[in-house]
Design a protein around this ligand. Structure first.
Ligand code: AMP
Ligand code: ZN
Length: 465
């Protein structure tokens, strides 16, 4: 399998340090608000890649950090007079809700910055001992000019960066590019005790400390959106390699932006849709189908129309799957049709082995469906083992991409829907019995659970918030 490595700017054969073990670190969210569907694209693409590695027989340890202390979290929590930790915990819960709605498999570990303060402090101490870091009045900075390879990931040169950064006025830093490892606590901010006084960690050091703790000094894959290449990942390299004197990451994987009209979807530009609102209108399968149809490194313009056409494509897959299930029920021991399923599987794997070319992979699944549909259309009993092999091909490939509604998804949604309707019926009955206080109580409790009811002449419908 080949993947494109941002560090070497080339497609490389994938060789983990300790096969079949693969250590995979993905930069997770800063938990100050619901994440947008642009972040969602990066989360989903890392999920697909992880699932492909599992499909290929690797034993993947997948870690995604949660940045639960930062300026934005402090600002937001102050605005609503809540403790920063409590506020971050609330957003983390929302994060998990949305991750599940996008059918993203949970990480093996979700380390939180605030739970790794000791590891972070220890790492900064090592950097200070090795003269990569210096303290100025309670702040600790990384001295980029000390790290010889600085710029190797982003291809940026310190001299060019310095001239570009001249406008930044920060008297206390030796070099404008130096970045904070530890920040002296300001009035009203959360803090931890440290050898440099009360303060909190910088963002970049969190990922170096947490990846080292959970995955070791050299990790196989480190991923994130393109926006993280510089400075975040460049700084992670400087910190981890500075401290350990070892290669930090073997393969750097970066995801292209989800754009709106060719501009990066972002909170600061205001051109975003939250994953929450998008998953209310569109199925996770169609969102994932849209993402899978674009190469992970390329940009993708987001639009409702594209999501609708992804959903249309999926209809073909779902109709096919229904036909397949009923054909299995009617199958017998007649000779196998002459379709080489293994040939399709090989083509699918070749596509994904070539720098995870999911658009090509999707095309192969659809070519396959077209071929099998011809056989199903004959409407005569088909060889059972052949059909089971067809099903196993579709199940396993669609499972990686997450584009097939599984019976498990349908089942869990079904029971949820049935329970809600049961409550609606009980409320209607309570109203008919003039037990209005019970009817109101049912409605209010449902609202608390995020279920809004709408009464009309035709009856009561519900909406999930
Ligand atoms: P953040 O919470 O901003 O640190 O972002 C979480 C993840 O989403 C990171 O891996 C970012 O690189 C990624 N990301 C942010 N914006 C976009 C976007 N518009 N398209 C794709 N990925 C993004
Ligand atoms: Zn990170």
């Amino acid at each position: 399998m080949k993947i494109y490595n941002t560090l070497t700017k080339s497609k490389e054969e994938f060789e983990p340090v300790n096969p079949p073990q693969v250590t995979f670190y993905m930069c997770g969210p800063t938990v100050y608000d619901l994440f947008h569907i642009g972040n969602g694209r990066s989360f989903v693409m890392s999920d697909m890649f992880r699932k492909y590695l599992i499909y290929k027989g690797y034993n993947v340890k997948f870690v995604m950090n949660l940045t639960d202390i930062d300026d934005k979290i402090i600002k937001r929590s102050n605005e609503i007079n809540t403790d920063a930790k409590e506020f971050a915990e609330k957003i983390i819960k929302e994060f998990f809700t949305d991750i599940e709605r996008l059918k993203v498999k949970k990480a093996d570990v979700y380390p939180k910055a605030t739970e790794h303060i000791n590891e972070i402090i220890d790492l900064i101490k090592i950097l200070q001992e090795k003269d990569y870091a210096y303290e100025v009045d309670g702040d600790v900075f990384y001295n980029v000019s000390k790290f010889i390879g600085y710029g190797k990931l982003s291809g940026k040169k310190i001299d060019d960066l310095e001239s570009g950064a001249r406008i930044e006025i920060n008297e206390i830093k030796k070099n404008p590019l130096d970045f904070a490892l530890w920040k002296n606590a300001k009035e009203g901010e959360p803090f931890w005790d440290s050898p440099w006084g009360k303060g909190r960690p910088g963002w970049h050091i969190e990922c170096s400390a947490m990846s080292m703790k959970h995955l070791g000094e050299t990790i196989d894959i480190h991923a994130g959106g393109n926006d993280l290449i510089f400075p975040h990942h460049e700084n992670e390299i400087a910190q981890s390699e500075g401290a350990n004197g070892k290669q930090f990451v073997r393969y750097w994987m970066h995801f292209g932006f989800l754009n709106i009209k060719d501009e990066k979807m972002s909170k600061s530009l205001g051109n975003f849709f939250t994953a929450r609102e998008v998953t209310k209108k569109h199925s996770p399968e169609s969102i994932r189908m849209l993402f899978a149809q674009t190469h992970y490194r390329g940009p993708l313009n987001f639009s409702e129309d594209l999501l609708d056409s992804a959903a249309k494509g999926l209809e073909k897959l779902n109709n096919f799957y229904e036909l397949l299930i009923s054909a299995i029920e009617k199958s017998d021991e007649t000779p196998k049709p002459e379709v080489d399923i293994e040939e399709f599987r090989k083509k699918f794997e070749d596509a994904l082995d070539d720098d995870f070319n999911t658009p090509q992979g999707v095309a192969i699944i659809f070519d396959f469906i077209k071929e099998i549909n011809k056989i199903l259309a004959e409407n005569t009993p088909i060889n059972r083992n052949f059909l089971l092999d067809v099903k196993s091909f579709v199940d396993s490939t669609a499972e990686i991409l997450g584009i097939l509604k599984t019976s498990e998804d349908a089942g869990s949604k079904g029971i949820e829907d049935q329970l809600i309707n049961l409550l609606i019926n009980l409320r209607t009955k309570a109203k008919a019995d003039k037990n209005f206080s019970l009817a109101d109580e049912i409605r209010d409790e449902m609202i608390k659970l995020g279920i809004t009811l709408r009464d009309s002449k035709e009856g009561t419908t519900y909406k999930l918030n």
